[in-house]
Design a protein around this ligand. Structure first.
Ligand code: SAM
Ligand code: DTB
Ligand code: SF4
Length: 327
């Protein structure tokens, strides 16, 4: 759409961050209403299809072989197990099933196995998303032909802070993968993680990178770091929740037609913080009690929260009324 901007400079974005909180949220929420139903949230469920022993050194990640975590290394899950999990996610109300693998990049042989999973999940009537690390042009085209709907590949942080977090692949490698996915015609899911010891200038710079891509990602996951014991980032200073909300609001203003996903980190967030995130423009979540290796709020808690806020999901989540807490 031609009213979308791709030429944001850092000073303009920093000025948004500096607005009084109410002015920022009013602006973000108004824009949100222009483009979306404000009471509708899209729901995705995650599954780790290959866990642990990753050769990359991402400082936040429980699955890096260099982290001293007690994650059990697993082989690629068998197809029937994946489809069983997808069916459960569908029954519980998820409209999209996202499969993640702890790889630097997929081998062509493994890619074919993942393609069987994509076909199986699509046959259940769900949207598909995978996150497998770096992709070549040819692999992206292969995934497009297989019918993949979304590819998740995060920029994670600003180019300036990046080297403090990951050394085994470059920022440009990430931009290249995003370009391959975009060129192949697959929807792009790309965002980052907050609370990794970055400054506000880094949050500005991350959002600038995402908004100034030739096309905005259709889906922008904003994760709050889940601090995992044994990873280099365990113990880093936590980000103030209101600064997290501000970042969601600025993402909504810069990318008004993208789905902004309130992603990892919800277990440590109050209902009130999450409600503010939805007001600020977040309109997607991960639903289900596990992310990839760490916990997510249990489904019952989310159903109660949605009921309290009057939020509907794009595929109706069955609400068990007896679980409701009186207002
Ligand atoms: N190995 C692939 C890759 O890194 O591209 C795909 C899986 S990786 C786990 C997907 C994304 O999850 C990472 O890019 C990161 O943004 C997010 N992530 C991983 N660990 C996290 C944590 N502890 N807290 C928040 N987000 C995390
Ligand atoms: C994204 O941005 N967040 C998800 C998904 N994309 C793949 C992953 C969150 C992982 C949180 C840590 C874990 O469970 O290991
Ligand atoms: Fe590997 Fe992905 Fe974890 Fe980095 S984020 S260590 S690439 S699984």
């Amino acid at each position: 759409m031609n009213h979308l901007r791709h030429d944001w400079d850092a000073a303009e974005i920093a000025a948004l961050f500096q607005l009084p909180f109410n002015d920022l949220l009013y602006q973000a929420h108004s824009l949100h209403r222009e483009h979306f139903d404000p009471n509708q949230v899209q729901v995705s469920t995650l599954l780790s299809i290959k866990t642990g022993a990753c050769p990359e050194d991402c400082g936040y990640c429980s699955q890096s072989a260099r982290s001293e975590t007690d994650i059990e290394r697993e082989r690629l899950l068998p197809l029937d197990e994946v489809l069983e999990k997808a069916q459960t996610a569908k029954t519980n109300g998820a409209s999209r099933f996202c499969m993640g693998a702890a790889w630097r990049n997929p081998t062509d042989k493994n890619l074919e196995k993942v393609i069987d999973m994509i076909a199986g999940v699509k046959a259940l009537g769900m949207e598909t998303c995978v996150t497998l690390g770096m992709l070549t042009e040819a692999q992206s085209e292969r995934l497009k032909i297989a019918g993949l709907d979304y590819y998740n590949h995060n920029l994670d942080t600003s180019p300036e802070h990046y080297g403090n977090i990951i050394t085994t692949r470059t920022y440009q490698d990430r931009l290249d993968t995003l370009q391959h996915v975009r060129d192949a015609g697959i929807h792009v899911c790309s965002g980052g993680i907050l609370g990794m010891g970055e400054a506000r200038a880094d949050r500005v710079s991350l959002l600038q990178q995402l908004a100034n891509l030739p096309q905005h990602p259709e889906s922008v996951p904003i994760n709050m770091l889940v601090q995992v014991e044994g990873t280099p980032l365990h113990g880093v200073d936590k980000l103030e929740p209101l600064e997290f909300v501000r970042t969601i609001a600025v993402a909504r203003i810069l990318m008004p037609t993208s789905y902004v996903r309130l992603s990892a980190g919800r277990t440590e967030m109050s209902d009130e913080t999450q409600a503010l995130c939805f007001f600020a423009g977040a309109n997607s979540i991960f639903y289900g009690e596990k992310l990839l290796t760490t916990a997510n709020p249990d489904e019952n808690h989310d159903q109660v929260l949605f009921e309290k806020l009057g939020i509907n999901t794009t595929e109706q989540v069955p609400i068990s009324t007896d679980a409701l807490v009186p207002a």
